[in-house]
Design a protein around this ligand. Structure first.
Ligand SMILES: C[S@@+](CC[C@H](N)C(=O)[O-])C[C@H]1O[C@@H](n2cnc3c(N)ncnc32)[C@H](O)[C@@H]1O
Length: 272
């Protein structure tokens, strides 16, 4: 197993912080450096680089089970492992800040039936299971068998792991099956393939999978800044931009985009 390298920056802020740090290095290695420009650049770099660590430091620490799951995911060789030719990567894990946010949102909304679309190794599923209460359930959808296996091993080591029920397979088909079974959810976290986002959103609404007042949280809605940058949109960036537009144009819902990590959108159906 290869030793893990430093994580790649995958949020708009982390990318900005890394760019500013590189720029400062380049400017200071030059001959004639304007003192005022350098001071401003240093301040900008400090503002950007310091924000995430400070926010994390002020947030309630993760439970031992969540910390162990994150370590296990980090140690996994995603590049050449059985997960399949590097399709999955450890940077997919949502992590401490988002996990704590989801856990508190689930608890604050008193949700008892939680659905996750895109589980990976289970960090967000386990965080939501910690917020859902002893009679609650988290139904987590995942298409990759290896990620699901790793998640279930970690759930077994958590006191709340038995609240999570994993459904393996393509999420859209599983959503149809859940609708046919008459399942309804109070809280949904969408975090699977970005080109699928519009279909997941519409299926949740059209197939009656949402309880009255349900909260839908969607991850990566700022996708490394691509939706608002003028150039350089990837296929995922285009998919997320189209999703954001589809939500904004849908009169059935209200939404807010929070600039938390890579963007978290909260959506609720408006009363008819
Ligand atoms: C960003 S990761 C999820 C991270 C996870 N929510 C967390 O917080 O750690 C996206 C996951 O969605 C899964 N996925 C992608 N396409 C899918 C599909 N069509 N159906 C179900 N899962 C899918 C991927 O295998 C991957 O594990």
């Amino acid at each position: 197993m290869s030793a893990p390298t430093a994580p790649r920056p995958v949020t708009p802020l982390a990318i900005l912080a890394a760019s500013l740090a590189r720029l400062e290095e380049e400017v200071t290695s030059g001959d004639a450096v304007d003192g005022v420009v350098l001071a401003q650049l240093r301040r900008a770099r400090e503002l950007a680089c310091g924000l995430d660590p400070y926010v994390v430091a002020c947030t309630t620490p993760a439970s031992p089970a969540l910390a162990a799951l994150a370590r296990r995911t980090d140690e996994e060789d995603w590049g050449s492992g059985p997960a399949g030719g590097g399709v999955l990567e450890r940077e997919m894990l949502s992590g401490h800040l988002e996990g704590q946010t989801l856990k508190m949102l689930v608890r604050a909304t008193r949700a008892t039936r939680v659905l996750e679309i895109g589980m990976f190794t289970g960090y967000s599923a386990l965080a939501m299971a910690e917020g859902v209460g002893e009679h609650g359930v988290v139904v987590a959808l995942e298409v990759d068998e290896h990620a699901a296996q790793l998640a279930q091993e970690c759930f077994a080591d958590s006191p709340v792991g038995d609240r999570i029920s994993v459904r393996l397979g393509p999420a859209l088909a599983t959503l149809e099956a859940l609708a046919a079974e008459g399942e309804v959810f109070d809280f949904v976290f969408v975090d699977a393939d970005k080109p699928g986002y519009v279909d997941y959103f519409r299926t949740l609404l059209d197939r009656g999978l949402l309880a009255p007042g349900a909260l839908v949280c969607v991850d990566n809605t700022l996708l490394q800044g691509e939706p608002y940058l003028a150039e350089g949109r990837s296929a995922n960036g285009r998919a997320v931009a189209a999703f954001n537009q589809a939500v904004a144009d849908d009169p059935r819902v209200e939404q807010v985009v929070l600039p938390l990590r890579d963007g978290l959108t909260l959506i609720q159906q408006v009363e008819a």
